[in-house]
Design a protein around this ligand. Structure first.
Ligand SMILES: [Zn+2]
Length: 342
């Protein structure tokens, strides 16, 4: 019988200190060439081991082979100039120096497919692989070629679809697209964002997920959250469109957030990765706290559709804290499983 409440992480996990300095984003590699390749593979082995020890059911690569969830994918595309950067405001929130689209974007070679094949060989458990979503990619660049966010998103959707199909053929069970931008640009989501997402998953037979959160636990995001008031209703703007889409799984931020749980009813029928771990604090949740969040979600999500998870990636946290949070996630899910068996 299929296990109920399968646990997973959203994506990134801290890297070993010998591979990249921990607790920061865009952390530079400490190794080069062949050593870097071997180091990344060792990190994949380590993250797999740690997830299994913590009782995680759906294994992710912990994003051990990439520096950043969006930038690393874009670095592998032609048509983007990383030398002459421009400053833009990302998600209307913080300024960053970003690469510039100067020509048609083309995926010359697979990006993560070899990494996925490597991880696939190490475990029989289901594997989930995250890719950036088209809209979030658009929002991370300056476009000097297409001069249309919609057109650029469509081109990204096509290259993401190529990568996703090869990841699927490499044995990945769930392909997840990270779209934090969906929580900011509601009109665009409804006009073309979701259509671009559908293009990215076109023809896939593995399961597909979309992750929509309030961002990593970095200062710019935490400051933004303080401006959102006592009820975060952003999901309400986009759920009706997602409900009608072909996406199988929706990954959301729930624990310690001000998202009203009843919004989950708007996507009833979809599988929902419920964020029961806060990634913006070093405090490790207790299993009882995790169980409380899952219980609240169960009022609006059918039990067979509930996937306990984290609010977002844990790359900015220390390894000890991340390990503790993963164990709490598993133990919290187990509390609910035991309750339901009664
Ligand atoms: Zn996230």
């Amino acid at each position: 019988m299929k296990k109920l409440l399968p646990t997973s992480t959203v994506g990134s996990l801290p890297k070993p200190t010998w591979l990249a300095p921990p607790e920061k984003l865009w952390s530079p590699w400490k190794l080069e060439g062949e050593q870097l390749l071997e180091g990344k593979q060792d990190a994949l082995r380590t993250t797999l081991h740690e997830q299994q020890l913590a009782g995680v059911d759906i294994i992710s690569d912990g994003e051990q082979t990439r520096q950043h969830f969006v930038t690393t994918f874009i670095e592998h595309l032609s048509g983007v100039d990383f030398e002459n950067r421009k400053t833009v405001k990302i998600r209307n929130r913080y300024e960053a120096s970003v690469p510039v689209v100067i020509d048609k974007v083309i995926r010359q070679n697979p990006v993560f497919v070899d990494d996925a094949k490597f991880l696939r060989k190490q475990t029989d458990k289901p594997i989930k692989w995250a890719l950036p979503g088209p809209m979030t990619m658009v929002d991370t660049l300056y476009d000097n070629h297409y001069k249309s966010r919609e057109k650029l998103a469509w081109e990204f959707a096509k290259v993401l679809n190529e990568e996703a199909k090869e990841l699927q053929d490499a044995g990945v069970d769930i392909i997840q697209f990270d779209e934090p931008a969906f929580n900011v640009f509601f009109d665009e989501v409804n006009e073309w964002g979701m259509a671009a997402m559908e293009r990215a998953i076109e023809g896939l037979h593995c399961e597909t997920a979309i992750h929509i959160c309030y961002g990593y636990g970095i200062k710019a995001n935490n400051d933004w959250k303080k401006t959102l008031g006592s009820e975060w209703r952003q999901y309400e703007e986009i759920f009706p469109k997602i409900q009608k889409s072909n996406i199988d799984i929706v990954s959301l931020e729930c624990h310690n957030s001000y998202v009203p749980f009843n919004l989950l009813a708007l996507i009833r029928g979809k599988k929902i990765m419920v964020g029961a771990i806060d990634v913006a604090t070093n405090n490790i949740e207790t299993p009882v706290e995790v169980a409380e969040t899952l219980r609240k979600a169960l009022e609006f999500v059918d039990i067979e559709h509930l996937y306990p998870s984290t609010n977002c990636g844990m790359a900015p946290l220390s390894r000890n804290v991340a390990r503790g949070k993963l164990s709490a996630l598993s133990a919290g899910a187990e509390i609910i499983r035991k309750e339901l068996a009664l």
